[in-house]
Write a protein that binds this ligand. Structure first.
Ligand code: PNS
Length: 163
């Protein structure tokens, strides 16, 4: 019996950026199918509500990706959701050394909670290494262009929010 390899890409996606989509594309080279797990809120106050963050991701996928990628919200611990969905690995993007400390802490905690759930780090293409969702929101809030950094649907929603 051939079993599909399933990966999980968790995050806040507030909002999804082209950097996230780059990581998702790379994940699909490693896994047969991907679950993009959108976290309820965690410790962060989000700009977009959970449903809208999920929607923005769904509408950003190509037809080919949509067949292989499930975008779903999750509540509670990531490792519990990963176990529940029987994923073979968790994907996170890593850009700079500055990301490392936060990611390392999370991995160690997740390993303690669930030693069987492994995290794999992927690096985005160089043009997106500087990009993060907080910067996108800050630029958009102050009237700057985020063209080429986020999908068109996100640009539309940011304009609706900030004018
Ligand atoms: O995109 P983000 O905000 O860096 O993603 C962080 C996220 C959602 C992956 C992380 O906060 C998370 O896993 N939240 C779910 C709750 C949980 O399991 N927390 C313990 C992590 S050590």
């Amino acid at each position: 019996m051939v079993v599909d390899r399933i990966g999980m890409f968790p995050g806040s996606f507030d909002p999804v950026t082209l950097g996230h989509l780059d990581i998702l594309g790379r994940s699909l080279h490693l896994f047969d199918r991907m679950i993009v797990a959108v976290a309820e809120a965690g410790h962060k106050q989000t700009l977009f509500p959970l449903e809208e963050r999920v929607e923005m991701l769904r509408e950003s996928l190509s037809a080919e990706q949509s067949a292989l990628v499930e975008v779903t919200p999750f509540r509670g611990l990531l490792v519990d959701f990963a176990r529940q969905r029987r994923v073979h690995g968790v994907i996170r993007g890593l850009r700079f050394v500055s990301d490392f400390e936060y990611e390392f802490q999370m991995v160690l905690m997740n390993q303690r909670l669930a030693p069987d759930v492994d995290t794999i780090f992927l690096m985005p293409t160089a043009q997106y290494t500087f990009l993060n969702a907080s910067l996108v929101k800050e630029v958009a809030r102050n009237g700057g262009s985020v063209e080429g950094l986020v999908p068109p649907g996100v640009i539309r929603r940011l304009k609706a929010r900030f004018g």
